[in-house]
Design a protein around this ligand. Sequence first.
Ligand code: NAD
Length: 292
Amino acid sequence: MTARIIDGKALAKKLRESYKQRVSRLAENNVTPGLAVILVGENPASQVYVRNKIKACEECGVLSREHVLPADVSQTEVLALISRLNEDPTIHGILVQLPLPAHIDNRAVLEAISVHKDVDGFHLYNVGGLVVGNTVFPPCTPYGVQLLLETTGIDVAGKNACVIGASNIVGKPMALMLLQKEATVTICHIKTQELAQHTIIADILVVAAGKPNLIVPQMVKTGAVVIDVGINRLPDGRVVGDVDFEGVREKASWITPVPGGVGPMTVTMLIENTLRSAEMFQGKGEGINSFE
Ligand code: NAD
């Protein structure tokens, strides 16, 4: 069996095209969707991510405003900026690029973002919403994976799903989303023993560990759907995921490539959440009562 490719780049492109219509509809009501991006320090990877997000905003007609703060900025100053953005009616989404410098308390910063503008979905309100199956802003990476899974036409209900990685931004929310769709979910992490025993029974395998070649064909059930979230830069400059793509594609039914799989969807879901926030702001989007 050779797996069919789940083309994240193509799906992201299609979605971004469709967003132009939503932006036009908002414009009819004099609303321009606005995203504020806060970058603290000069982490090169963060700079690239922020640049990609801003580029995606431009492409879709979303206004973006970048706030670059020095690495030694105080937590008080970051919180003051968030407070101003919370009150700014031209801003519908606020994103704080992680990681933050060690002297800043991540949680305090994420909790300061208005739940109405939490387009990354990291505020405890949205995390709680995810737990009870009623989130307004699903976190972007697992949200993107969910849409990629939908394109396969495979119903995840009743399937064995295995998520490798238990981070707050990918693994845990991913597992909750799959559970919400009635999959039987196993979460594996660095302390999991005999990883292969869990992966081999998975009909749906989502890998988000950040370890190249963690998943090899012997660990994959024949016909499984394999989603590779990992992004790893090898010493030779190549970017690969966590899955041995060439090997596993001979065993899986569907597989995402890296690059061109989950990555483009993550940024796209950020735009989706920002548009949804702007639509709620103008009082016409779904979930307007969710915050009451
Ligand atoms: P993280 O470091 O916060 O978490 C990694 C998780 O993987 C942890 O729970 C850890 O216990 C687990 N893990 C690590 N090694 C393991 C092993 N050998 N066996 C089993 N579990 C193991 O990372 P993260 O932020 O969740 O990101 C994970 C990967 O996904 C990274 O490569 C990151 O670059 C990538 N990522 C990609 C996107 C995207 O848009 N494609 C978005 C976010 C993260």
